[in-house]
Design a protein around this ligand. Structure first.
Ligand code: PEP
Ligand code: MG
Length: 570
């Protein structure tokens, strides 16, 4: 059994399709006809380019503009002098075959980028190498095992999956996948989620242990992979798969039912999205709005900044498609583990404590203003709200609001319409903000609790470090006290309080959160029905009693015991 990170829920049982890295052995070969070699090389470049354009088209249809843009970068690499010119020069200078020359150039590029002490540049070196490999394959006449031409259903096992591999997966043929690398926030995990294929990532070296056609089970619920399972395990997992599918079907029935407790308290269940294309899934799963639109994904996988127009189109699409519901757009939350190519700073020693989110926006107000203008302009198309990430003090909130006012004033002067009443809220995800929430709430229209960061900062536990996950405890008394304090600040001032961190999607704490007074839960769309079912099965009064009881305990073992007695496992 291999343990990794559960990237996308569900169970897949089937045969392995090992998507090996191409292992090219290129012999040095002298040639006499340079012209012929150069034309072979140009031919291969063209073929690779055509292949890439086709993949981009498929990406456009399946995943929308944002993901398709990734392929532009690959196409650009094919046109880049680094691969093209250097290879041709080497063919001429050393009189060697095109494949040998290209391979030499690829190795040189990879080595050069590897030596730069910057993750971003290391990755770009790998991108160029990968593109070179595609050209090499054409030169060598190698047939690539293409995912889009699979004959039977398979489970793909790979070291990593490039965006083009992921898109080539036809849902009906690829029933699951697992990769050596990748974390919860990696591109491959995000793609798996939006394709809704069971997946486990971050398995370290699963590719070294599997062979083609091996029997394999992917348990995307628990982040487990079982290789060559015995008949009893297979039978059990088929059972589990049936239960999972039946449960999904069952949950679908809840789509149009309200999220209301047995004693009549209505709760708002809304969704977190990263890209506008997810709206389909938001509506399918019956969420009543978007509580967190992580706009930083617009800035990823590209070298330039998204223009105001581009952002406007994205925000407008989401605002329109979600009507009559509202959409909370979080302003740029870059930094921490969400690094992009636009900001090329020296690596920070503590990126989570560094120039992140609102800090970055206030340091670069032009970038912030462009985004605010786009949001404000789109606000006439639906019900939009603005939310600032990582506010740690009142000064930051005031500064952000000042920039917002400037942008509004400018729009007024230019007679550009926007929603004058647009609500502006604050994420409470830094302990200092939670401790002065009574002050912050006075100058906000709403609050949204970002538990992912609030827990990591309060408990001093890195949220992406697998060595300390056991300490990442949402039910730590300190966290419960902070949550209570935040929710009460909202109650006292009549401002609404939402939660948009992963804790909102955790079924084992739903009752406690209700009992603490939380009335809006925002989560990945796929989790909405599960939480709705819990809400529809409990009473508010009982939830309050449970929350009080849990708050009176300081020890996690006691908390577990109390929950276990109610049939809740954490
Ligand atoms: C959070 O911190 O809980 C949150 C929702 O924001 P992100 O996960 O994007 O940091
Ligand atoms: Mg956060």
């Amino acid at each position: 059994m291999y343990r990794g990170i559960a990237a996308s829920p569900g169970i897949a049982i089937g045969r392995v399709f090992l998507l090996e890295e191409d292992d090219f052995v290129i012999q040095k070969k002298k040639i006499t006809d340079e012209k012929l070699e150069i034309s072979r090389f140009r031919n291969a470049l063209n073929k690779a380019k055509q292949e890439m354009i086709q993949t981009k088209k498929r990406a456009l249809q399946r995943l929308g503009k944002k993901h398709a843009r990734l392929f532009d970068a690959y196409i650009l690499i094919l046109d880049d002098t680094m691969l093209r010119q250097d290879t041709i020069e080497l063919i001429v200078k050393e009189k060697v075959s095109a494949e040998y020359a290209l391979h030499q150039v690829m190795e040189k590029v990879l080595l050069f980028f590897k030596e730069i002490d910057d993750e971003y540049f290391k990755e770009r070196g790998q991108d160029i190498y990968d593109v070179g490999r595609k050209v090499l394959r054409h030169l060598l006449g190698h047939e690539k095992k293409v995912l889009s031409q699979l004959e039977s259903q398979v489970i793909v096992i790979s070291h990593n999956l490039t965006p083009s591999d992921t898109i080539a997966m036809r849902e009906e043929k690829v029933i699951g996948f697992a990769t050596d690398i990748g974390g919860e926030t990696s591109h491959v995990a995000i793609m798996a989620h939006s394709l809704e294929i069971p997946a486990v990532v971050g398995l370290k070296d699963i590719t070294k242990s599997v062979k083609n056609d091996d029997m394999i089970i992917i348990d995307g619920n628990q982040g487990i992979v079982i290789l060559n399972p015995d008949p009893i395990t297979i039978k059990n997992y088929y059972g589990e798969q049936q239960i999972f599918l039946a449960e999904e079907k069952d949950l679908e029935k809840l789509k149009d039912l309200p999220a209301v407790t047995l004693d009549g308290h209505e709760i708002n269940l809304v969704a977190n999205i990263e890209v506008p294309e997810e709206i389909k899934s938001v509506l399918f799963h019956g969420a009543s709005g978007v509580g967190l639109y992580r706009t930083e994904y617009l800035y990823m996988n590209r070298k330039d900044f998204p223009t105001e127009e581009e952002q406007y189109e994205s925000y407008k699409a989401v605002a329109k498609n979600m009507l009559p519901y509202s959409v909370t757009i979080r302003t740029l939350d870059l930094g921490g583990d969400k690094v992009t190519q636009q900001f090329k700073f020296a690596p920070e020693r503590n990126p989570f404590l560094g120039l992140r989110a609102i800090r970055l926006c206030l340091k670069y107000p032009d970038i912030f203003k462009t985004q605010l203008r786009a949001i404000l302009r789109a606000s006439t198309e639906g019900k939009l709200k603005i939310m600032y990430p990582m506010i740690s003090g009142i000064e930051e909130l005031r500064q952000a609001n000042m920039v917002l006012e400037e942008v509004k004033e400018d729009l007024r002067k230019k007679r550009i319409d926007f929603d004058n009443e647009i609500e502006v809220g604050v994420m409470i995800e830094v302990p200092s903000a939670a401790l002065i929430v009574d002050i912050l709430v006075q100058e906000s229209d709403f609050l949204s609790i970002g538990t992912n960061d609030l827990i990591q900062y309060s408990l001093a536990v890195d949220r992406v470090n697998e060595n300390v996950t056991n300490l990442y405890n949402p039910l730590h008394l300190s966290i419960l006290r902070l949550l209570k304090r935040i929710i009460q600040a909202g109650e006292k001032t009549g401002k609404w309080v939402a939660m948009c961190g992963e804790m909102a999607a955790d079924p084992s704490v739903t009752m406690i959160l209700l009992g603490l007074g939380l009335r809006e839960f925002s989560m990945s769309a796929i989790s909405v029905p599960k939480i709705k079912r819990i809400i529809r099965s409990i009473k508010m009064e009982e939830s309050k009693q449970l929350a009080d009881e849990i708050m009176s305990l300081s020890d996690n073992y006691q908390i577990r015991e109390v929950l276990r007695k109610r049939g809740i496992e954490i």
